[in-house]
Structure formats: C-alpha cells, structure tokens
Design a protein around this ligand. Structure first.
Ligand code: P70
Length: 460
C-alpha cells in the first residue's frame, strides 16, 4: 500500500474551539431522542461534524479584523463598495447585489425570470435551486453527461453538461419556454465534480444561438477553477483569477452562496450584466432582503465576504483544500471502502449501497450508514440518497429511488487537521469491517416536502 501523507496546512492556529468526544452510551440516547435523524442532533454532541461545508469555514485573522471596520450605514456602506469591486474583478459582471445566502439569490432571480410552464436546464440542480424553480410552476431539468452517474469512471470533468441533450431539449421545448440555462460549479449533487472551460464555452455558444442567458450557480467556483488548472490542457500556467475571469466571461450572471467559496459563515450575492434585469432584482430585494447595498447582511459581513473572496483565489490554499479532501478519499479507497470517484472538491461521498449490500433500498442504507457513523464514532455526515431524493409513484404510492445512494462527508474549510481526517478514515474503515451488524430503518413520521430535515425513524 502506498504511504500517503496529509497536505501541510498553509496556516497556523491561533484560536481554538473545544470539541468533546462523547461516550457510546451517550450517543445511543442522543440518537433515540433525535429519531435516528442526524439533523436533530445538538452540535455539541458531535465530535467531527461533516454535515456540510456550508457556512462552517474558519475565517482568517484578516477576515476577523475586517469585521471591526464594518460600516453599518443603512445605505452606501464602504464595505459594499469593497465587495462590489472584488466581485467585479473575479466575476466580471456589471451589477453586484448582496443577499443573505444562496437560496435568496435564487429566489429573487427566478421570481424575475421564470414563469409557469417554463423549463430550467442545469447540469444537476441542487435541491434549493430545484425547489425555487418548482415554486414558480416551472420544471427543473438535469442534463449532465452520463459519466456523472457512474461512480467508477475517472472522467476528469464529470460535472459537464451533455451538449447534445441540451441542444435537443431546446429544439423540443423551444427557446421561448427556457428563460435561462444554469451550470452548477462544482456539481454538488453529482459528487462535487468540476465542469471544464471547454464545456462551459460550448454551453454558452448553444445558449447564444437561441438567445437564452446562461447563469452560474457559483458556490464552489474557486475549487472548480483549481481542477481546471490541474486537469484541462492549456490552463496549467494560468492563475486562478484568470481562469475564473474566463469562466464567467461565457455567462450573463451568477448566483452565489458565500457560505462556501467566500469562506464566511453567512452571505451570498447575485452578479449580472443586464441593466434592466438588475433594476428588477433590486426592487424585489428591497421587498424581502433589504436595500441593495446590504441585501440582508451587516456591513461587517460584506467585508468578510470581500476578503474571503480574495483569499480563496490563493493557490496554496486551494492546493491544500483539494488535497485534504483527496487525502481522506485515498485513505478510504486504499482500505477498500467503496467511494465515488474521482474525489470531489469539497467532500468524499461513500457508496452506501455497496457499503451495505444487505440493506435493501426501502430500508435506506445511506441513512443507516449516517446513524452507524454517529453511533460508533460521533461523526456526523449527510445522506444523499433515498430519504433525501426518492419520489412517490402517484398511483401506487411506492417510492422510486434515485440512481445513487450516497453518504456525503463534507469537509469544512480550514477547520479540521490531517489527524482529524485520519480519525474519520479509521472509524469508517472499522465500520466497514463490521458492516454486517448495521441494520436498516423504517420511517415513523415524515413531512410531504424535504422530509430528510425532520423525518423520524426506528431501527429494524
Ligand atoms: C450543502 C448546502 C447549498 C447550495 C449549494 C448549491 C450548489 C445553492 C446552495 C444554497 C446545503 C446543505 C445540504 C445538506 C446539509 C446542510 C446544508 N448547499 N447551490 O451543504 O445556498 O445554503 O447559501 O442558501 O450547494 O451542500 P445557501
């Protein structure tokens, strides 16, 4: 077996937050009280929290010091102008509209653009974009390439859009029913996989031919740019900034959750070129989020986002980030634990159906794995499988399961050390050795929408 090492962190630690291991007995009680749903577990009872990489980053000393110069004026705070100039430099769009997080950006954009009966293509919609399209009475459509669903293919850009399917789809439905096309970088629902510049350019050409605007769901744009630098011919000598500028030059706008690649705990924005549309969006913003120079955020938040966006482009940071996630994947892969390949930018995804072949889909193997991981090791992960994404047949009421049954180990940015990841890998490898003992679950109570957040279960 190859000896592998964690990447050296390009930072040192000057403030710490205590985390406390719990006992197995304690965790048994917590699980029972939580209805076997890790969303219901108090964070203090979690040792290593890999539920999400969203809003969980550690900010730098530079960002924290930025909070102290937050200008809390209602209108025209100086931090807004800083954020605006940073976003304009990276995204190269004329208008920058802050929002409190990503889904607010989506809701406002779709309210202005999308109407009943429309279709919105994407590589794969993330669940909030999907829900925000559906609430407009429109249909979200996933047009990612086929390789995206094959966990064993090592194709370097599994987030790519299927260009032929996109062309056919536009021809079939007509461009007048497609108010925008989106590309999610990196593709979160498909394993955190990147999209190539070449693919983005091709999507943009198809959109241009039909007069359809192209928007990016840009949460993890810097991780995507780093993969391009490492994997796409012709980009090895470009800076991350040059690559991001090229990516966004092919589109007309972007929605952004700053909770990911802007390295902050809250925030988001919309960036776009169209003056008329920007005007519309600002008016909608005022209704629910706030005045267009703060969009539901404090001046200090705007400053932290601006500084985070500058830091995330640093190549030593990105190299460490992507390699840290890859390191965890490699430890697991070397031990024969089934994972989705290649490893994505922000998370390692376990293949729960291969991990627990004795648990049938209707007993939720992915969910069972999140319960076992918490019970055995105090680690919190999230199921991205049957509980989150199954839909019910309208006639029979039977569940129809998604193609992939995954458990996501999302790595918060700059938070855990190599030793923490080794602890996680060892716990999962142990669990894999004792996988026969893990049992399936049945649902006791569920809500009709987004049931994973509140569902209550019992073990079989
Ligand atoms: C995640 C979180 C948020 C997200 C995203 C993409 C590609 C938009 C948004 C919305 C959500 C989550 C999932 C499971 C557990 C906890 C949290 N993704 N587009 O972890 O942004 O959250 O700021 O409204 O990934 O993937 P926002």
């Amino acid at each position: 077996m190859k000896h592998i090492k964690p990447p050296a962190e390009p930072f040192r630690i000057k403030m710490v937050e205590k985390i406390r291991p719990t006992t197995r007995r304690e965790r048994d009680i917590v699980l029972r009280e939580a209805g076997y749903n890790v969303f219901n577990i108090p964070a203090e009872k979690v040792y290593i929290d890999l539920l999400t990489d969203s809003g969980t980053s550690a900010m730098s000393d530079n960002q924290w010091s930025g909070l102290l110069i937050g200008d809390e004026s209602y209108a025209g705070a100086k931090n807004f102008f800083h954020l605006e100039s940073v976003v304009k430099n990276i995204f190269c769009f004329n208008h920058v509209i802050p929002t409190h997080q990503g889904r607010a950006a989506e809701r406002i954009l779709f309210e202005a653009l999308v109407k009943k009966g429309d279709f919105v293509p994407n590589n794969i919609h993330f669940d909030t974009t999907r829900a925000n399209v559906e609430i407009r009475g429109a249909q979200p459509v996933d047009l990612v390439i086929e390789e995206a669903y094959n966990p064993d293919s090592d194709y370097p850009f599994k987030g790519n859009m299927d260009i032929e399917r996109l062309k056919k789809f536009i021809d079939k439905k007509g461009p007048e029913r497609i108010p925008l096309v989106m590309i999610t970088i990196t593709n979160n629902s498909g394993g955190g996989q990147p999209v190539s510049v070449r693919n983005i350019k091709e999507v943009s050409q198809v959109c241009k031919q039909h007069g359809i605007p192209l928007f990016f769901d840009a949460c993890r744009f810097a991780e995507n740019a780093y993969f391009i630098k490492k994997r796409e011919k012709g980009y090895e000598h470009k800076t991350i900034l040059e690559i991001t500028q090229e990516i966004f030059s092919y589109g007309q706008g972007a929605t952004m959750s700053a909770k990911k690649d802007a390295l902050v705990n809250i925030g988001g924005f919309i960036a776009l070129d169209d003056d008329l549309l920007a005007e519309k969006l600002k008016n909608l913003l005022i209704l629910s989020e706030g005045f267009p120079t703060y969009g539901g955020l404090a001046g200090r938040d705007l400053e932290a986002i601006a500084r985070g966006l500058e830091e995330v482009l640093e190549e030593d940071y990105l190299e460490y980030r992507v390699n840290q996630v890859a390191y965890l994947g490699q430890l697991l892969d070397n031990a024969g634990v089934p994972i989705f390949k290649p490893v994505g930018g922000h998370a390692v995804y376990l293949l729960a159906d291969r991990f627990l072949p004795h648990i049938p889909r209707h007993q939720y193997p992915g969910w069972a794995l999140t319960v076992a991981l918490y019970r055995e090791a105090g680690i919190r992960a999230v199921e991205i499988g049957g509980v989150m994404f199954a839909h019910k047949d309208k006639k029979t009421g039977k569940e129809i399961f998604p193609q992939l049954e995954l458990v996501r180990l999302a790595i918060p940015r700059r938070v855990y050390t190599g030793a923490h990841l080794e602890y996680v890998a060892e716990a999962i490898i142990d669990l894999y050795k004792n996988r026969d003992k893990i049992r399936g679950l049945r649902i006791v109570r569920e809500s009709p929408h987004l049931r994973h957040f509140t569902v209550r279960m019992e073990e079989i």
